[in-house]
Ligand binder design. Structure first.
Ligand SMILES: NC(=O)c1ccc[n+]([C@@H]2O[C@H](COP(=O)([O-])OP(=O)(O)OC[C@H]3O[C@@H](n4cnc5c(N)ncnc54)[C@H](OP(=O)(O)O)[C@@H]3O)[C@@H](O)[C@H]2O)c1
Length: 265
């Protein structure tokens, strides 16, 4: 008797790249894709101590053009194909305080990290997908791309908003060539970056991390579900989007935010 295929084999034989796959949302995505049978390549600036890791790790700072080329060359040489790109790495590491605190260097860095890293990586790897006539590209944006908080996310939100527009344009360009491009906009996720953000702002404001967390919930207009997402919950959406079950989804920007957005869009 034939055994039934299990849902967790759906990505068997697929080669997937997850940028920033060592922490937070990226790490959860790596685990989910591996569970689904994919062969996963991870990039980050620092290699974590994970002796049991089953992914291939490439150390790279993707905010630098030459490092993006290095990653693409290694993938071409070692794997010869690429089926899934999760452009996850990104960061809001610019000073708060609004327009007057943000220098040209901050703006440039925000765009290098949150926009141009993805633009360059896609440009280097898309030819392989076009030759295969298949592939899925995910861009991890943020709800703050549609809801900037001037005190703390101005440059980051602008860069993520540009990423949304780029993602839509690319999706339209390659939709007829077998390649899907989808944006995912997470709301608040319990990750290392979020912990750092809360601790840093709590210290600056001389309040506790709990008070700062409450302030953030209020500042984003409240989260009806009353909590942040676990990175694994966001990873589950990303997994669905790269799976064949999402074969008609392209050019969309999917929000996963516990009901935070108060309007119908
Ligand atoms: N957490 C949230 O609430 C939230 C909400 C909305 C959107 N997002 C978005 O979701 C994505 C992941 O966020 P996260 O909270 O999971 O972040 P995180 O916990 O800080 O993890 C970021 C990952 O990216 C890597 N990274 C950072 N800068 C890099 C660079 N220049 N080059 C290469 N790798 C780099 C980090 O490793 P190294 O430091 O070793 O390089 C790490 O693996 C980001 O795009 C973020 O904007 C997060």
């Amino acid at each position: 008797m034939k055994s039934k295929p299990t849902i967790d084999a759906v990505l068997a034989g697929k080669i997937a790249l997850v940028t920033g796959g060592t922490k937070g949302i990226g790490k959860a995505v790596v685990k989910r894709l591996e569970l689904a049978g994919a062969t996963v390549i991870v990039t980050a600036r620092n290699q974590p101590e994970e002796p049991d890791a089953t992914y291939t790790f490439i150390a790279a700072d993707l905010s630098r053009a030459e490092e993006v080329s290095k990653v693409a060359n290694i993938i071409h040489k070692q794997f010869g194909r690429i089926d899934i790109i999760i452009n996850n790495m990104g960061a809001n590491v610019y000073p708060g305080g609004g327009f007057s605190t943000l220098t040209d260097e901050h703006w440039d860095q925000a765009l290098q990290v949150n926009l141009l890293s993805s633009v360059r990586l896609d440009r280097a790897l898309l030819p392989a997908m076009l030759a295969q006539k298949s592939g899925v590209i995910i861009h991890i944006s943020s709800t703050s791309s549609q809801f900037p908080i001037w005190e703390s996310t101005m440059a980051y939100s602008v860069a993520k908003s540009a990423l949304n527009t780029y993602s839509k344009a690319l999706a339209t360009e390659v939709a007829g060539k077998g390649i899907r491009v989808v944006t995912v906009s997470p709301g608040l996720n319990k990750t290392e970056a979020m912990t750092y953000f809360l601790e840093d702002y709590a210290k600056q404001s001389n309040i506790s991390v709990e008070e700062m967390t409450q302030n953030l919930f209020e500042r984003v207009g409240g989260v009806p579900m009353g909590r942040m997402a676990e990175p694994e919950e966001t990873a589950e959406l990303i997994y669905f989007l790269v799976s064949p079950a999402a074969s008609y989804i392209t050019g969309a920007n999917l929000v996963i935010d516990g009901g935070n957005f108060p309007v119908v869009k």
